[in-house]
Design a protein around this ligand. Structure first.
Ligand SMILES: *[C@@H]1O[C@H](CO)[C@@H](O)[C@H](O)[C@H]1NC(C)=O
Ligand SMILES: *[C@@H]1O[C@H](CO)[C@@H](O)[C@H](O)[C@H]1NC(C)=O
Ligand SMILES: *[C@@H]1O[C@H](CO)[C@@H](O)[C@H](O)[C@H]1NC(C)=O
Length: 173
């Protein structure tokens, strides 16, 4: 039983760490999204005033380039900005924002998407996890799934911030 448990655990870890190939899923990524939760092993980055506390608005695609439009709070104001994702071979995207971000899609269906980012800035690497929803909130099972994925990337439960009650600068949109 112990061995079976171990095998199952290993299978779970492997499946959780297998990134999704971005080849055919662009249409699943585009459209309107809401930031539901953020996790990071450097929580200052996602706390109020943190450079990676970002609210997704939408994702669009033009000529194979994905563009994300976000809001962030800056000096008490909501600011809109966009970033483009350079697609790397396989499952990786690169986004320049607050340094360089390697972005991997970890999970997606018609209701949610989970991204893992490795942000490099001034030689420091921060791991960031983002849970996006098609609706302003998601069921708790999905938040639990997010917590599990975070854990496999070294982000603890107390390093996750639920954003579903934040106004996410929505008064701007
Ligand atoms: C994308 O879809 C096409 C047609 O459905 C298929 O032939 C191709 O292998 C897929 N590519 C990837 C990377 O999944
Ligand atoms: C994304 O949202 C911004 C801000 O509301 C809007 O200006 C832009 O037209 C939207 N883009 C798409 C492709 O929906
Ligand atoms: C956060 O995670 C990255 C990537 O695993 C690691 O290089 C970095 O040292 C971690 N930072 C902290 C403060 O744990």
């Amino acid at each position: 039983m112990k061995i079976l448990g171990l095998i199952l655990e290993l299978a779970l870890v492997c499946s959780l760490q297998a990134y999704i190939d971005l080849g055919n899923i662009t249409s699943q990524l585009t459209g309107e999204w809401f930031t539901i939760a953020l996790g990071s092993n450097v929580t200052q980055k996602i706390e109020e005033g943190g450079s990676l506390r970002l609210f997704i608005k939408n994702i669009s695609e033009q000529n194979g380039i994905l563009k994300g439009t976000f809001f962030k709070r800056q000096n008490g104001k909501c600011v809109q900005f966009s970033v483009s994702a350079k697609r790397e071979p396989g499952s990786q995207m690169q986004v320049e924002y607050d340094g360089l971000n390697k972005v991997f899609l970890q999970s997606i269906d018609s209701t949610h998407a989970i991204f893992i980012l490795h942000n490099s800035n001034d030689g420091k690497v921060t791991t960031l996890a983002e849970l996006y929803g098609r609706t302003p909130d998601l069921p708790s099972e999905m938040k639990r799934k997010f917590e599990e994925i975070c854990e496999t990337f070294g982000i603890r439960r107390d390093q996750i911030i639920d954003m579903s009650n934040d106004d996410r600068c929505s008064n701007l949109s």
